[in-house]
Every structure is written in structure tokens, then in C-alpha cells.
Design a binder for this molecule. Structure first.
Ligand SMILES: Nc1nc2c(ncn2[C@@H]2O[C@H](COP(=O)(O)OP(=O)(O)OP(=O)(O)O)[C@@H](O)[C@H]2O)c(=O)[nH]1
Ligand SMILES: [Mg+2]
Ligand SMILES: [Zn+2]
Length: 371
């Protein structure tokens, strides 16, 4: 049998004894492991530790970046490989697309740590952050909040933003970085462990690919300037797994809105421990926190211990998909999205008329650092 990997090579990609027994369970000694590093339409790329192979993705099989595959040699003796199986995933990061044959999309699989990226140059979106944290917890990974572009605002504004983030990220590590000045990059290094997988997550324009390039030590991924309103241009269009010089694994993902949180439950509980801790003190076990007597949540809000907007997020996310609350949030976001697209189209036309492509509007003087 032609061996396409080495034990050391596989270990560097995160292979361990538990994966080996999952492969052995399949009972076919001709199957070999490979980890998916890139997914395209109908095809994917996988790493074996000593080679990179291209594979056709069978119709109906969902393959995600980070997946471990069991592959076998094709029958044509022409060094092609095909997918025998996807090994049972330890955790996935999914989002709902709400349409098509695959309403649920797996963004990445088998992730150990999620860097939830939020940029300081756009208005930090705490509500999005909350949802990303729920997604991260649901995937079984450990989230770390990475506040990006610290160079783009004054030190005071940055400190203020960190406080706002810490208020919704109890017990979660919060790191502030700048890929431009290198600030905070050494703090991030602590979470990059050889053989462990980190996924970057956040809105478009948050600086995920820029950070990935910096950590990779070369411009592997394309990056794109943000629009005048601070929103990104969806530069990254596919998910990709990189092996960093230090031996850790990094998955860059396209910017996405975290609206489509799937399945409430544990992810919400862990992302909202502060609210959950208060809720257990409500007089009724099935308190709906909508005006019942003895509601500890209502009391905490009125006394200023909990923020009303955070409680509202919690209630919405707890209600889960298909709930009128979440649907209404989705509808609002869709309306906003349509309005933004219209505005961008108008901007593009204006840019073309002025004979310039993709420029960035400078931040107002007040928001820039005094360097
Ligand atoms: N000032 C400043 N700008 C940054 C920093 N990091 C990224 N940027 C800029 O922000 C813009 C967006 O960066 P990207 O890395 O493409 O963002 P992304 O999160 O990958 O965006 P998508 O691929 O669309 O999801 C680019 O113009 C970057 O140069 C930073 O630390 N400071
Ligand atoms: Mg990107
Ligand atoms: Zn209550």
C-alpha cells in the first residue's frame, strides 16, 4: 500500500490516538487519514502530513475545513485519491443559511480555540459578539475575544471598548491587538499551541486575514479595505486551514454575521453565565422573566446589576431558531442588509464616476490615535 503520511506529519495536524481508533473502527486498512485544509465547490484539499491532495467531494457529503477524512487510492492507478468517509467530528461550528438543500452549513470542524474578532475602527458590536460567543461555545471550542485594530483609535477609546467587551465576556480571555503595530500579538501567541486548531471568526473587515497573514509570516491570504461605513467587503470567500510556523493550525473564515445562531442550549448558558446565575434566583423555576413576581432578572435590571439589552439578547437567543424573537431579529437584519447593499451600489457608481477604486474613508480626527 502506498503510504501518504508519516506519524509525525499527522501529529502536527492534530492527529491523536482517539482519531486513530475512529479510523480503525471503519475496518478498512486501505483507508488513510487526511485533514481538510480547503473546501471549494465540489472539491476539497486535504493535508496528509507529507503531501497535499485534491479530492472530489461526493454529492450530498458535507466536508468542512478541519475535518479528518479517511481517504483511499483511486482505482485508476494514477495517484488520485477519493474520500471514503468523514471521521465523526468532535465539534462543529455551524451557521444557518436558511435556504437551499443545506440550510445548515458547517463553517469549520474540530476546532480547539475560536478567536472571536471584533474591530475597533467600526463600532464594536457587542450584540454580535454575544452571538459569536454562543456559536463558539456550541462548537465545544474555547473562545478568546480578539479586539483588533487598536492602532485605529485613541488609547482611551480602546480601554473603554475593552471594558464593554469584558462586561459580556465573563471568564473569557480578552486580548487587544493591532496587526499594524504588532501590539498584543505576543499575547495571542499563548493560544497558539502546536497541533491545536484555532479558528478566526467575526464580521467582514474585522482584520481576520490580516492577522492570519501576520501569524503565518507571509501574505498568504487576500485582505481588503473596509468601506466608508466601517463594514468589510467580504474579501475572504473560502475557508482555509494554515499551518503556522510555530506548529499550530489556523482556520481563516469569510466574515459572517452571527445572526443565524442554531439551537439554543448550552452555548447560550455558557455565553451568558452572568444572566443565568441571576435567573436561578427567580421565585418560579419556570419564570419567563416578563413581569412575574419575584423575578430576580427584573430586580437585577432595575438595580443596575444587569443591562436590559443583554437580558434581551439572552431571552432572544434562548428562544432559539424559529422563535418569533429570533425571526424578527433576522428580518430586521435583512432589511438593514438590503438598505446597505443599495447604498454600496450607489457608492460604487459614484466611485467609478470619480475614477477611483475601493478607497477607504479616513476616520474622523477625534477617533484617531494621537500619534
Ligand atoms: N489600522 C488597522 N487596519 C487593519 C488592521 N488589521 C486589518 N486592518 C485592515 O482592515 C481591512 C480588513 O482586513 P481583512 O484582514 O481583509 O479583514 P477580514 O476580517 O479578513 O475580512 P473578510 O475576509 O471580508 O471577512 C484591511 O484594509 C486591513 O488592512 C490593524 O490592526 N490596524
Ligand atoms: Mg478575510
Ligand atoms: Zn425571572
Amino acid at each position: 500500500m502506498w503510504n501518504i503520511s508519516t506519524p509525525q506529519g499527522l501529529e502536527a495536524l492534530g492527529w491523536d490516538t482517539a482519531w486513530a481508533s475512529a479510523l480503525a473502527t471503519l475496518g478498512d486498512p486501505s483507508l488513510q487519514p487526511a485533514r481538510v485544509s480547503r473546501v471549494d465547490r465540489g472539491m476539497c484539499t486535504a493535508m496528509t502530513g507529507s503531501a497535499e491532495i485534491r479530492l472530489a467531494t461526493p454529492l450530498g457529503l458535507q466536508v468542512a475545513v478541519g475535518d479528518w477524512l479517511a481517504v483511499k487510492a483511486g482505482t485508476n492507478h494514477d495517484s488520485t485519491w477519493c474520500i471514503g468517509a468523514v471521521l465523526p467530528r468532535r465539534g462543529v461550528f455551524r451557521r444557518s443559511t436558511g435556504k437551499g438543500a443545506n440550510p445548515e452549513q458547517i463553517v469549520a470542524a474540530n476546532i480547539d480555540t475560536v478567536f472571536v474578532c471584533d474591530a475597533l475602527d467600526a463600532r464594536l458590536s457587542i450584540r454580535h459578539l454575544e452571538r459569536f460567543l454562543v456559536l463558539a461555545f456550541q462548537s465545544g471550542a474555547t473562545p478568546v475575544v480578539v479586539i483588533t485594530k487598536s492602532d485605529s483609535v485613541t488609547a482611551g477609546a480602546a480601554a473603554h471598548a475593552v471594558e464593554a467587551v469584558k462586561a459580556v465576556a465573563e471568564g473569557i480571555n480578552v486580548v487587544m491587538i493591532s496587526s499594524t503595530t504588532g501590539e498584543g500579538i505576543s499575547d495571542i501567541a499563548a493560544f497558539l499551541i502546536p497541533g491545536r486548531t484555532v479558528a478566526l471568526l467575526g464580521l467582514s473587515g474585522a482584520g481576520k486575514s490580516t492577522l492570519a497573514n501576520l501569524l503565518a509570516g507571509s501574505e498568504i491570504l487576500a485582505t481588503g479595505a473596509v468601506r466608508r461605513d466601517g463594514t468589510g467587503r467580504h474579501t475572504t470567500t473560502h475557508r482555509q486551514l494554515l499551518v503556522l510556523p510555530g506548529g499550530s493550525l489556523l482556520i481563516d473564515t469569510p466574515g459572517m454575521r452571527a445572526l443565524s445562531v442554531l439551537g439554543a442550549g448550552e452555548g447560550v448558558e455558557r455565553a451568558f453565565t452572568d444572566v443565568e446565575e441571576v435567573a436561578v434566583r427567580c421565585a418560579y423555576r419556570d419564570c419567563s422573566h416578563s413581569g412575574e413576581p419575584g423575578c430576580a432578572i427584573a430586580e437585577a435590571v432595575s438595580e443596575g446589576h444587569l443591562e436590559l439589552s443583554r437580558v434581551e439578547s439572552w431571552l432572544t437567543l434562548k428562544a432559539g431558531p424559529g422563535s418569533p424573537e429570533l425571526d424578527a431579529a433576522g428580518r430586521d437584519a435583512t432589511k438593514r442588509g438590503v438598505a446597505q447593499r443599495k447604498q454600496r451600489k450607489a457608492e460604487k457608481v459614484a466611485d467609478r464616476r470619480a475614477g477611483k477604486a475601493s478607497t477607504v474613508e479616513p476616520l474622523p480626527e477625534s477617533a484617531r490615535s494621537a500619534t
